[in-house]
Design a protein around this ligand. Structure first.
Ligand code: GRF
Length: 206
């Protein structure tokens, strides 16, 4: 993805949508310059992100997996919409679903995800609780490219967050979330400028 033209970005979300909204706000405030958020894709009927995106004036398209015969059909329908919006890249922002081959092949090295742990520690659901239960003193956030495995692709950026003795899932989660918002914006800036090169599992910033 060359850095000369703004990257037309789709945001995929399933719930609250704070990461999606942080990205949209960063674009609006001029902090994130080379990105145009063009559409939000949501897979949950009652997700708060739907109203938030629409309030922000970004179209939000709802795709319910259960209304399709297969995951392939579901992703093909999404792909048609992404092409209508001339989408160049996808940021998963609390999208609670594995991305399949239809989308991964259509957007090679142009799908990214954020996860609230220092991967490969604590992939999957409830990463904050996993970190607390394990007793780690440091956890964090990871922005990574998306492949077909869960929370697995090459790592773009990580930020550490200390776990405090008095932390609960909520307090740790909320400190992680603020760091997520900053980290995602930084990673998207570099991605959209065409500054990332992937060598195997390693991502070099140029
Ligand atoms: C975030 O913690 C994100 O890292 C994880 O799911 C959560 C989504 O939060 N993948 P939000 O919907 O962006 O507020």
């Amino acid at each position: 993805m060359p850095g000369d033209k703004p990257m037309r970005l789709a945001l995929f979300a399933s719930g609250r949508g704070s990461n999606a909204m942080a990205i949209i706000s960063a674009v609006r405030s001029g902090k994130l310059k080379n990105i145009v958020p063009v559409v939000v894709v949501c897979d949950k009927e009652k997700a708060p992100v739907i109203g938030k995106a629409r309030d922000a004036g970004i179209p939000c398209e709802l795709f319910l997996p259960k209304t399709f015969d297969s995951k392939e059909a579901y992703e093909r329908a999404i792909l048609v919409h992404l092409r209508d919006f001339d989408v160049h890249g996808i940021a998963l922002a609390g999208y609670m679903r594995l991305v399949g081959p239809v989308l991964v092949d259509a957007y090679p090295d142009r799908i990214v995800n954020i996860h609230p742990s220092l991967l490969p520690a604590f992939p999957g659901l409830h990463a904050q609780k996993q970190a607390l239960d394990y007793g780690v003193r440091v956890t964090g956030v990871t922005v990574h490219f998306v492949d077909l495995l869960m929370d697995h692709g090459p790592i773009i950026l990580q930020r550490a967050v200390s776990v405090l003795p008095e932390d609960t899932e909520e307090t740790l989660g909320s400190r992680l979330l603020s760091v997520e918002h900053e980290a995602y914006i930084e990673a998207l800036e570099v991605l959209s400028m065409g500054r990332l090169r992937i060598y195997g599992r390693r991502v070099l910033w140029t």
